[in-house]
Design a protein around this ligand. Sequence first.
Ligand SMILES: Nc1ncnc2c1ncn2[C@@H]1O[C@H](COP(=O)(O)OP(=O)(O)OP(=O)(O)O)[C@@H](O)[C@H]1O
Ligand SMILES: [Mg+2]
Length: 355
Amino acid sequence: MLKRLTVINFRNHKLRELAFEPGNNFIYGENASGKTSVLEAICLSLLCWSFRTADAGETVNFGAEQATIESQLSAGGEEMAACGRFRTLISRTGEKLVCFINGEKKNKADLIGLRKLVFFTPDDLQAIKAGPQLRRRGLDIGISQIDREYFRALKNYRRIIRQRNVYLRNCRGMADRMVLDAWDRQMAMAASLINERRCEAVEVINGLCREIMGQIVGRDEISVVFEQERAGWEYFYRRWQNEREKDLVRGYTGWGPHRDNVKIRINGNDARAFASQGQQRSVAVVLKLAEAEFIGRKTGCMPLLLLDDIFSELDGNRRKSLLAYLADRNIQVIITGTDRESCPSSERVNAIMLD
Ligand SMILES: Nc1ncnc2c1ncn2[C@@H]1O[C@H](COP(=O)(O)OP(=O)(O)OP(=O)(O)O)[C@@H](O)[C@H]1O
Ligand SMILES: [Mg+2]
């Protein structure tokens, strides 16, 4: 569990030290007090990656050259490798991110899956409102944290697609069929693994979402459906063979797992088109809770859950049952909100004010 966080010259925080407890923590403060930044610091510290920016240099306080984030993690069922002092140095320029665990320098790959983290930010609402890309991304982040094979297959698949697309674009009708054939075989192998794991994950997540939604909002029914059926590598290989002439005309790979879609329905209707604002937010949060549960069941260790601004747009009953659900789970949660009162007082919460 995360016990303590210290940030220096990070975003608007010159120096900030926060102490967390197991179970529910609630950080509150006015707009621009730096709540989202605290969650971002935790994310950078544990994953060496920010949900907010691809350029970590941006997070260094305007008046400084370097930011420091330090997290103190204690064992609580987690693997020993993921305990102790995580220290991240961020520079405005040059090598921007350097991470240490207990004084030992680590690279990004070492941190993947080490300390599991699930976070919700209001941007995740786009995963419900927009096209399939963000839902795919959410699925990829979730599975990659617990499955290195998946992470490798995905990297491999993306690399081949990139090369194949450059080749298709440059050669079009002149492309060498033998070269494409070799790529298609490799791509099909990676694709079938990706497909298998995505199908499995969505199936489990669908069951979990139904269960959690039932506990939080009894009358709304949710379903999460993966649109691509389970298929072996031969299926992918054959399909790319059949699509080849079209790909040669298009100049890119038009079909494959990079186009997979996950559909989310609420009470039988597409959530994207028919859910209300509060329903969309509930669905987006429930998806994250299901992801956390999925990771917990797969690894035997619940991830740290970061929920940025989840209470706005939710009515009092939804807030209460959401918090009660969280309090029932053996999970550490950090929630943010603008007002102390927005967090129901029905459950035990460690409230932290940012001023
Ligand atoms: N590199 C930086 N240096 C200094 N300040 C920054 C930097 N980057 C962002 N800020 C400022 O930090 C402040 C805190 O932003 P943050 O998004 O964390 O606030 P918040 O508490 O989540 O607000 P809200 O309630 O509106 O979501 C903002 O005023 C932002 O402009
Ligand atoms: Mg915020």
